[in-house]
Design a protein around this ligand. Structure first.
Ligand code: NYM
Ligand code: MG
Length: 219
């Protein structure tokens, strides 16, 4: 049986990921692609015990050291790794709102080492496509809800964006995220749909991070 496609959305806070992951899932379901239940999935998954701790951290009800926070965000992905692989193995496509790239980008922006940050997520299922929604910090900060959580301020977002720039590589599609949501959704569809069709016809194994795309060792 052909496996499902792993589609990941990344970007700064308020770049439109939540809207676009939803529209992407709606679009895929109309085309008849077999989808995992309850999409889009998202990281952090705030429903697990680890995710509850991360939620209190992000809403500033708990303090965590940067290393501890990084490892908890990563652990929150590892606790879903088998579920993701199983869904893909059943031929179900999975759409994620944030993934390990956010983990690295936010932690490196706080000053942690790139290599140390990459190590925690090494071996997770590798996305077939990373859709990066590009929205300038000035536009994102003007959107409703910006500033509600930890890290949602311009200086941090600029540093996070600079790390994302270093992570962009093979398998990434940078999509202009400004404009009407329907227009952005069309741009997303233009990059996602060919990948879904290619994966469906290929019958290969799901890869592992940090295979092609992001170098394993980075300064
Ligand atoms: N975040 C998210 C991290 O710092 N590390 C991670 O590994 C992940 C997945 O959580 N500001 C941060 C980025 C966001 C915040 O995400 C919550 P969202 O998509 O804004 O709810
Ligand atoms: Mg946010």
């Amino acid at each position: 049986m052909p496996r499902g496609t792993l589609i990941v959305f990344e970007g700064l806070d308020r770049c439109g990921k939540t809207t676009q992951t939803r529209l992407c899932v709606e679009g895929l379901s109309r085309t008849g692609v077999k989808l995992a239940a309850g999409l889009p999935w998202r990281f952090p998954d705030r429903t697990t015990p680890i995710g509850e701790v991360l939620n209190t951290y992000l809403t500033s009800k708990t303090e965590l050291g940067d290393e501890a926070a990084h490892l908890l965000f990563s652990a929150n992905r590892w606790e879903k790794a088998a579920t993701i692989r199983e869904a893909l193995g059943r031929g179900e496509t999975v759409v994620y709102d944030r993934y390990a790239y956010s983990g690295v980008a936010y932690s490196v922006a706080k000053g942690l080492g790139m290599e140390w940050c990459l190590a925690a997520d090494e071996g997770l299922p590798r996305p077939d496509v990373v859709v990066f929604l590009e929205v300038g910090v000035d536009e994102a900060r003007g959107r409703e809800g910006f500033g509600g959580e930890r890290f949602e301020e311009a200086e941090t977002q600029k540093r996070v964006g600079a790390v994302f720039d270093r992570l962009k590589g093979e398998g990434w599609s940078v999509v202009e995220g400004s404009g009407r949501m329907e227009e952005v959704a069309e741009r997303v569809k233009a990059v996602v749909w060919p990948v879904v069709q290619a994966v469906t016809g290929r019958d290969d194994e799901v890869g592992e991070l940090w295979g092609q795309g992001v170098r394993k060792r980075q300064g």
